[in-house]
Design a protein around this ligand. Structure first.
Ligand code: CMC
Length: 457
């Protein structure tokens, strides 16, 4: 018999709610019929306790620090697998046999060029544009060049997936070339996915990039551990945008935009900035810990909505730091600073009592730095890694016969009904005045206008 939970109100009224049990025994109250039965909705701001879907892709236990893709522990995949193989696993549910992996690699290789006309778009961006701004724009633009049928067949869907995985990588490398003012390097069919990316980034007409197998392996591991993380902010953005049946290129672009922020994918840049500031200040990090404790700032790369113990990805990255930065000539004083900071935080009651541990971003920037990846490309690398995860969720959703448009409710807290007053009869209200929209910022804005425009956002 299926399990139910009883919700009892002070009035004595009761209703039964079905309990759904997931594959690992986790339980959820199914509240779909709650409003119809009681007139009530649930209020869960920022989704602290809401499962937004059922998914068979990734399992995460934040209390025990477990992360598995399609049942495989992340530690094993990061150590033994390749990014392309993991992408296949996420997308199609099982590790590929040799011929499936060959076919998948071939379609990725065959889809790696972007339409040549798109190269001109790069010219219109300022030279110092952040590569994430190019990436999100270019990925949305792909929809103009690669029209998506309303109901793609399996073959068309495989092509869309290959286009996005391969072209996100090509666009990323081209964005970097734009940033440094060098000619682009085209992808090569002779190179594997990660090697191809490094070659597009670092080769130039005057010098060939020498691939270092340890660096290739480190970037593979970086991409694998970032490949999926169930309903995180950017994946939820992808699912919400995708639920409207928007074009998949626009959908992935929505994910990239959500990833950009420093609470999410942007944290890897923020951590290295913090470590650099500690290094330059000569402080042992205490000042930064105190600032985080007094809420003046946050200790970047620490804390996680789901993990209440060590993030398993942080442990993998730390181990990798030991391996890469322990090589002759590769040491980085920032790694020592990071380890000291971690030790100090994990012996401080503020962090322990709130279960704040290093997350994936705490050590990942140091791996990218060691690989020669420029600072502004850190979040772009996260996006390349997360693309198969976003696509796997988009694919899972479109093959779910019950999928519907995502449309949360809200609890309204604004004014009660009121009547329109002509402008000549209105009195100044306290909140402020909206600045009229100008294409250019006002050269000198009156004080009250500046503060009120900031309030109005
Ligand atoms: N430094 C100092 N205090 C913190 C931190 C931190 N990094 N993170 C959380 N807290 C405190 C917070 O002030 C609050 O304290 P109190 O109970 O006294 O009000 C408590 O811990 C709970 O924090 P929260 O903001 O309610 O937690 P959240 O689940 O909403 O936020 C988070 C999660 C990851 C956004 C947050 O921990 C954070 O801002 N961390 C730093 C940014 C970062 O490293 N982001 C990468 C996340 S992992 C990769 C990814 O998702 O892309």
């Amino acid at each position: 018999m299926s399990e139910t939970a009883t919700l009892r109100f002070a009035s004595g009224e009761e209703i039964g709610l079905p309990v759904f049990t997931g594959g690992e025994g986790e339980k959820a109250l199914d509240i779909e019929k709650l409003r119809a039965a009681t007139g009530m909705v649930t209020l869960d701001e920022a989704y602290l306790n809401t499962a937004s879907c059922r998914s068979a892709i990734t399992y995460l236990d934040g209390e025990k620090g477990i992360l598995r893709y399609r049942g495989y522990p992340i530690e094993e995949l990061a150590e033994k697998s390749r990014f392309v193989e993991v992408a296949y696993l996420l997308m199609y549910g099982d590790l590929p046999i040799a011929s499936q992996l060959d076919d998948f690699s071939a379609i990725l290789n065959g889809s790696s060029l972007i339409h040549e006309d798109m190269r001109h778009f790069f010219l219109a961006f300022p030279n110092n544009a952040h590569p994430m701004s190019l990436l999100t724009t270019m990925v949305a633009s792909l929809s103009a060049f690669y029209p998506v049928p309303e109901n793609p067949t399996d073959e068309e869907e495989a092509q869309i997936i290959a286009n996005l995985m391969s072209q996100v990588r090509t666009i990323s490398a081209f964005s970097y070339k734009k940033f440094v003012g060098e000619p682009v390097v085209y992808p090569s069919h002779k190179l594997r996915f990660v090697e191809n990316f490094l070659n597009m980034m670092f080769s130039s007409p005057v010098s060939n990039y020498q691939l270092d197998p340890d660096i290739v392996k480190a970037i593979e591991a970086f991409l694998i551990i970032h490949a999926d993380h169930e309903q995180n902010c950017s994946t939820s953005a992808v699912r919400i945008a995708g639920s409207s049946l928007a074009n998949v290129y626009a959908v992935i672009s929505a994910g990239i935009s959500a990833l950009w922020g420093r609470r999410h994918g942007g944290a890897n840049q923020a951590v290295v900035t913090m470590l650099r500031n500690i290094q330059q200040s000569g402080d042992d990090g205490r000042r930064f810990l105190e600032a985080a404790k007094s809420k003046d700032s946050r200790l970047m790369g620490f804390g996680h909505r789901i993990y209440k113990t060590h993030d398993p990805r942080a442990l993998i990255m730390k181990k990798l730091c030991h391996r890469i930065l322990g090589k002759p000539g590769m040491s980085d004083p920032m790694f020592d600073i990071a380890m000291r900071l971690e030790e100090a935080a994990l012996s401080d009651d503020y962090f322990l009592s709130r279960n704040l541990y290093p997350n994936v971003d705490f050590y990942s920037g140091l791996i990218l730095k060691a690989a020669g990846i420029p600072f502004d490309m850190f979040t772009v690398l996260f996006a390349i890694g997360r693309t198969p995860g976003w696509l796997a969720h988009w694919r899972e959703m479109r093959h779910d016969a019950n999928n519907r448009i995502a449309r949360p409710r809200q609890i309204y807290t604004g004014p009660a009904e009121r009547f329109y007053v002509p402008v000549s009869q209105r009195e100044k209200h306290s909140v402020g005045v909206m600045r009229r929209s100008h294409t250019k910022a006002l050269p000198v804005a009156p004080r009250d206008l500046i503060s009120s425009s900031m309030d109005c956002g």
